[in-house]
Design a protein around this ligand. Structure first.
Ligand SMILES: [Zn+2]
Length: 313
């Protein structure tokens, strides 16, 4: 899995901290002159000014000093982990660390609660970030990269079969209400790059993460709208019905196609649909399906597609 979430850049002074996290160890500086614990990493002790700091491993036992729930992503790249649970955590040694909480529901989070470290894998290259969770949680289960949700398999017996000439049954499908969500699809930079090569649209806003981070209004690369549109083929819609009895099924195009919200690289998307209209015409039965594709947790759709399907006898 890849994403474009900003990663910390180790400096000569901070490198031991990041190397420690890779080994699932929490290393904090301590002053040899006055025993003061120091965080963030520095060259000298802020208490006695001695240039004599040593890296020492600590247990990570901590309490929650303060937190905030960010309901608007601090960067578009974080749209898939809303709300962001941003926290200031106080280690038993007394230093405070800006971090985020994982594995906790909003109502479980309390100032002063006991916490343990989570050495969260972030990129498949061994880099880890320091997060925290409650002491009663399974921290090791929270360390792995987030996987994709299992495919939605709808049991064949649960699907209503409707003949393509059954006007009354077809009209009854028309609804303002959307279906349940489909399976989840990851839109990572590798997929966006492959689509750029295939389509010839290699504009930097899609393909150059560094330039996009500096210059794009979205703070990072985003997927092509057309890519997100065609990824509908990878999503199993949870419609609950199946049209039968026809000889051919034709994608007749779209009555409406809009890209109202960006899909940042690294997003996970899913879709839902509703039957917008059904018409029995001389050339066949024409069914218009409104398919809305969203980034997980986002209310505003990224793609609205009124897809017209023609069933012919
Ligand atoms: Zn000191």
């Amino acid at each position: 899995m890849s994403n474009n979430k900003p990663m910390p850049v180790a400096t000569e002074i901070s490198a031991p901290f990041w190397e420690g996290l890779k080994a699932r160890r929490l290393l904090i500086q301590q002053c040899n002159a006055c025993n003061h614990w120091v965080f963030y990493p520095r060259r000298h002790c802020p208490q006695c000014l001695a240039h004599d700091l040593a890296w020492r491993e600590v247990s990570g036992a901590a309490t929650l000093y303060s937190f905030t729930l960010a309901r608007i992503p601090t960067l578009p790249d974080f749209a898939d982990e809303m709300p962001q649970k941003l926290a200031v955590v106080e280690l038993a040694e007394g230093v405070r660390i800006n971090t985020s909480l994982s594995g906790l529901a909003e109502e479980q989070i309390r100032v002063g609660m006991a916490l343990q470290p989570v050495f969260a894998e972030v990129d498949g290259k061994g880099n880890r970030l320091l997060r925290f969770t409650g002491v009663d949680q399974d921290a090791s289960a929270l360390e792995a990269l987030p996987g994709l949700e299992p495919q939605v398999e709808v049991a064949a017996s649960d699907v209503r079969r409707i003949d393509f000439n059954d006007a009354a049954a077809l009209q009854a499908l028309v609804s303002e209400d959307f279906s349940g969500w489909s399976n989840v699809v990851l839109v990572d930079q590798a997929l966006i790059d492959a689509f750029a090569e295939l389509s010839g649209d290699d504009y930097w806003i899609h393909t150059d993460p560094q330039r996009a981070r500096l210059q794009s209004p979205f703070g990072g690369t985003i997927a092509h709208g057309a890519l997100v549109q065609v990824l509908q083929s990878r999503m199993k819609l949870d419609l609950g019905f199946e049209i039968t009895g026809f000889a051919t099924q034709i994608n007749y195009g779209s009555d409406r196609l809009r890209f109202p919200a960006p899909v940042p690289a690294g997003s996970r998307i899913h879709a839902r649909a509703r039957v917008k209209s059904v018409e029995l015409l001389g050339r066949g039965t024409q069914l218009t399906l409104e398919i809305n594709t969203h980034v997980l947790g986002q209310e505003r759709p990224s793609v609205i597609n009124d897809l017209v399907i023609l069933y012919r006898g």
